[in-house]
Design a binder for this molecule. Structure first.
Ligand SMILES: [Zn+2]
Length: 192
């Protein structure tokens, strides 16, 4: 087994991510597989933020956050604590009527824990929304790094509302989610 483990560890993360190494809380059938893989990599500190690249000996001009330049770019900073990320998370929480977003770790945020009472399906819908939020934060960060452009937070919120609805309603079947309820009162779905 030890030998087997060694071989697994040298295979690229992207290949092994979905294969038996994800716990149930990191599986969500409401979103595409690529998003599950992104979340798995994020929780394992395996997205290519500047501090992680630096640890691997890649020579970078800066290890600071490309969006705010206020702090080092770690995974926690990029996905949660960057001021733009906190602003977006707050708006997502407001949209869902879930109160304030308060300093959750990446792990806590992406496992769908926020203290609210939810049905199993409701929890998966909320978690899928959080994952789409993290995905757009990372997309926005890459836009800034590779194309020199970033989106206003309000635009990102709209993108998340549209994309999460598209993915979730496609998986559930169109009758389960109503677009206007989704936009105006999504926490109705927490008890589905
Ligand atoms: Zn930042």
């Amino acid at each position: 087994m030890e030998k087997f483990g060694h071989y697994i560890s040298i295979i690229d993360d992207e290949l092994i991510a979905p294969c038996g190494s994800t716990s149930d809380t990191l599986r969500n059938r409401l979103v595409p597989k690529k998003l599950e893989i992104f979340v798995w990599r994020t929780i394992k500190n395996r997205i290519q933020v500047r501090c992680e690249l630096d640890k691997r000996g890649i020579d970078l001009h800066s290890v600071r956050c490309p969006l705010c330049d206020d702090d080092l770019e770690t995974v926690e900073h990029s996905i949660i604590f960057c001021k733009f990320s906190l602003d977006l998370w707050s708006r997502v929480y407001q949209w869902w009527g879930l109160g304030n977003f308060s300093n959750l770790s990446v792990n806590e945020a992406l496992r769908g824990n926020n203290g609210a009472v939810m049905s199993n399906l409701g929890k998966k819908i909320w978690q899928a929304t959080e994952w789409v939020c993290a995905y757009y934060l990372w997309k926005n960060r890459n836009n800034k790094v590779f194309r020199g452009k970033s989106w206003p937070v309000s635009v990102m919120l709209n993108e998340i509302q549209v994309k999460a609805f598209e993915w979730i309603s496609h998986s559930l079947g169109v009758k389960k989610l109503d677009w206007l309820t989704w936009l105006n009162n999504p926490n109705t779905f927490l008890s589905l």
